[in-house]
Ligand binder design. Structure first.
Ligand code: AMP
Length: 126
């Protein structure tokens, strides 16, 4: 069900539970700022989710309240993951849903990394 993406942060959400190790994930990468794992319902041959270690509801929350170090560390982690997966050629797409109209479902900020086939136009017509 789509959610607002706004605080307060709900620490029972599924990605919070993955971060605490309560639920398994297919881990791709981890450092001080980010955890990356395969999406359970992939929409492309490569579909990785990258989440910050801190408790942020969405891009709106993260961009407004995370520290400079968290923003830099998280952004660099995304670039490194894509590079290490060999995706810079022929390319990839990043996507972050925020709030109800975007269909955000999990209220912990995450970036989708899609790759592995031509990805078409940016938005579906639906
Ligand atoms: P969003 O609509 O941007 O909030 O996307 C949430 C994503 O989380 C969806 O693509 C789901 O398939 C994915 N997802 C939900 N639960 C899990 C899980 N336990 N492990 C991996 N991915 C998940």
């Amino acid at each position: 069900m789509p959610i607002s993406g706004l605080p307060p942060y709900d620490d029972t959400n599924i990605f919070a539970r993955i971060l605490r190790g309560e639920i398994p994930c297919k881990k791709v990468y981890e450092d001080a700022w980010a955890l990356a794992f395969h999406d359970i319902n992939p929409q492309a041959p490569t579909h990785v989710l990258i989440i910050p270690k801190g408790n942020y509801c969405s891009f709106a929350d993260f961009s407004a309240t995370a520290t400079e170090a968290e923003i830099a560390g998280f952004t660099r982690a995304i670039g490194k993951i894509a590079r290490d997966l060999g995706l810079e050629q022929p390319g990839y797409r990043l996507l972050a849903n925020m709030g109800a109209d975007s269909n955000q479902e999990v209220p912990h900020y995450h970036v989708h990394l899609f790759a592995g086939r031509p990805l078409g136009r940016m938005l579906s017509s639906a």
